[in-house]
Design a protein around this ligand. Sequence first.
Ligand code: URA
Length: 238
Amino acid sequence: MSARAERYLAEIGITVYKRRGFVAEPERAPTAPAEPSPAARSAAEPLPAVETPQAWERLAAEVRSCTLCGLHKTRTQTVFGVGRRDAELLVIGEAPGADEDRQGEPFVGRAGQLLNAMLRAIGLPRSEVYIANILKCRPPGNRDPQPEEAGLCTPYLSRQIALVNPRAILAVGRISAQWLLQTDSPIGRLRGRVFQYGTSGTPLVVTYHPAYLLRSPLQKATAWTDLCMVRELLRKQA
Ligand code: URA
């Protein structure tokens, strides 16, 4: 591991212990078939990509003026997504929180700072990835998204996925992972493996939500193995 990666890990709160013969990272990301049935797989399955600035602008405008569910009544503003439109990695979270609702950008609060540090640790600064959420509006009181809300919002995410056309998807947190994979499996069973997402079969890795990691720092080392898996996937495809 490079000194830089060690520095970033220290910043996140992970201490690297070096032992002879100890392999800190999986050498190859294990692959596993998606657990959910193919029929249930396509919650946010991408549409064919139309990579034009106009398509992005049209989509952003639709999201800005969306009133499909009740969340438009309580939002300050919509939170569309941020980052490189041709990113190799698409990070998908759950929904905006209070900070995101105020600033109009995903993952800008404390959890966002940790997410940024985790991404930096695998050599992907925030500016190099695309970040979006299942929901584009904040659920009041930070409650979990309701399935109807996620269902109504998902076509927007599907279009973002199609436009970015990433090499890999990182689903952060239980809600994001369960919705994208259309499963009730606990996150502990979903993380640590590679799913094939949608008709394109885009590799999808699940990891813990950074807000959870802030509450449970001992799980950071586990999340680190998920991120290493993403890094390997991207390396293999380079
Ligand atoms: N948590 C999320 O899942 N998304 C955000 O944008 C912020 C916090």
